[in-house]
Design a protein around this ligand. Structure first.
Ligand code: ATP
Ligand code: MG
Length: 476
């Protein structure tokens, strides 16, 4: 119970908030009601006094006997009554001994604030002083009526009225407060607890915990809580799938890496034998030896690259200012050695500089240009524009374009267009390297007329930030 009342949870705050709102509502209802009750009480007595004094006013010479006077005063609840009308003698209804009054209230110029203060004061004081009330006559607007009353009677009646109003409004406020608390609890607190519970459980064991069921959190609502739980459920589902995929990929990576290692051992004697066949004098045998050597070399290269990819962590870059043109030239030479038919035009403006890792950047361009050559392009152009934000490079070729299925998963490892010896790692590695520089590699367009890739390398400051962030994220 103590925890419930003094804890810091949402439901405790909500409880206190409800109490505060209910109390504020209570004050807002109670104070005007009591003020109004006092005003009505005084007005009623002024009216009664007016009726009583009317009897005196119509009596011949304004004279009524003492007994009638006393009865009139008792019936009107006043100690004395006086009526002043302009240009007429004062009419008075008073006991034999004139009362002495302490407090004067002039109802004609009483402000709302004074009304509130006097009503609240009446609730708190106790005493039997006399009160003189001055007001406009209810019958003659030009006349003033002055009536002396027992303050104690006003105070007692007001306290009774206040008790009644207070009791009713406390009951209403309690019922409204309880209802408000229950509704807020059902709409807000309970769904939040479910969401938090799901987050905590998921964090502790993401693979085993079922994603949140949004319908169980907010069955009917279509509000922000429902939207948040739907998003959380989708996030958990995607995360779980990614974790499963990663676990399977890791297992696969370990298996491939072991198999590749063994394969290298198996391929070495095959290469040795093929080389011996190459040296045979019989041209048919030596030709077969050539083909065999090429096949074994391709297989060895595939194994080497797969192993390298499996072992490779996030790239660690050694960045230095570079002339982009010379990086492209070096990559073009490598690509040309593999695809001699491919003419590569470097249209990078002289003086285009980037701060990057030279070896890795050459690898990126070599991968892209080699792909163009291997796809059958005859001509490739590398262009660049630079500004303060960095450099934007385009690599365009006139090859046949990417096969449809490859386009959809181009940057995923092991996705290849079926070229013999292709491991499907070139684009995945190229994108990883560009991203490590803080940039991005995208396929801009592809089709029978050729393919264009776009590559951005941001200016050094933003690039360094990304590199450092990635280096920090690198597993120990
Ligand atoms: N410029 C291009 N023109 C046409 N097809 C391309 C081009 N670049 C890439 N591709 C297609 O994308 C596929 C994937 O390329 P990626 O470099 O990732 O793998 P790969 O070249 O098959 O193998 P690896 O580069 O690992 O030896 C290629 O097999 C090819 O079908
Ligand atoms: Mg390739």
């Amino acid at each position: 119970m103590i925890r419930l009342l003094f804890g810091r949870s949402l439901s405790v705050r909500l409880l206190w908030l409800t109490i505060a709102v209910v109390l504020a509502a209570e004050v807002m209802v109670f104070v005007p009601a009591v003020t109004r009750a006092r005003h009505d009480w005084l007005s009623q007595h002024v009216r009664d006094g007016q009726i009583a004094i009317l009897a005196v006013a119509i009596a011949p010479g304004g004279l009524v006997d003492a007994q009638v006077r006393e009865s009139l005063l008792r019936l009107s609840g006043a100690v004395s009554v006086r009526l002043h009308a302009p240009g007429q003698p004062e009419v008075s209804l008073a006991p034999a001994i004139a009362p002495t009054t302490a407090t004067v209230v002039d109802l004609r110029d009483e402000t709302a604030m004074e009304g509130v203060q006097r009503a609240l004061a009446a609730l708190l004081r106790s005493g039997d002083a006399l009160l003189r009330v001055e007001a406009t006559s209810p019958l003659l607007p030009a006349a003033t009526i002055e009536i002396v009353l027992n303050e104690a009677a006003l105070d007692r009646d007001l306290r009774d009225i206040a008790r009644d109003i207070g009791a009713v409004s406390v009951l209403v406020a309690l019922a409204a407060g309880a209802l408000m608390y229950l509704v807020l609890h059902a709409l807000l607190v309970r769904p939040m607890h479910r969401i938090i519970g799901s987050i905590v459980a998921f964090r502790a064991n993401p693979e085993r915990t079922h994603p949140l069921d949004p319908k169980a959190v907010a069955p009917l609502a279509n509000d922000e809580i429902a939207a948040a739980s739907r998003e959380l459920a989708a996030l958990q589902q995607e995360l779980r799938e990614a974790l499963w995929r990663n676990a399977r990929l890791a297992a696969l990576g370990a298996a491939v890496s072991r198999a590749s290692h063994d394969l290298r051992g198996i391929l070495s004697p095959a290469l040795l034998t093929a080389e011996r066949l190459q040296m045979n004098e019989d041209p048919r045998i030596s030709n077969a030896g050539d083909a065999l050597v090429r096949a074994v070399e391709r297989a060895t290269e595939l194994v080497r690259r797969t192993l390298e990819f499996a072992r490779e962590g996030p790239p660690t870059l050694i960045r230095a200012p570079l002339e982009l043109g010379s990086v492209v030239e070096e990559a073009a030479e490598q690509a040309h050695a593999i695809s001699p038919r491919l003419r590569i035009e470097t249209a990078v403006p002289a003086g285009t500089r980037v701060e990057a890792d030279a070896g890795e950047l050459v690898r990126v361009f070599a991968n892209l240009l080699r792909n163009a050559g291997e796809a059958g392009a005859h001509h490739a152009t590398v262009g660049a524009v630079s500004d303060r934000a960095g450099v934007e490079v385009t690599i365009a070729d006139d090859g046949p374009g990417l096969p449809e299925p490859v386009q959809r998963a181009l940057f995923r490892p092991f996705v290849t267009g079926g070229r013999p010896g292709g491991s499907g790692l070139g684009m995945a590695i190229a994108r990883d390297l560009v991203r490590a520089h803080g940039g991005e590699l995208t396929l801009q367009r592809t089709g029978p007329a050729g393919t264009v890739f776009r590559l951005s390398i941001p200016a050094v400051d933003s690039g360094r930030l990304v590199t450092e962030a990635r280096a920090d994220a690198k597993p120990a």
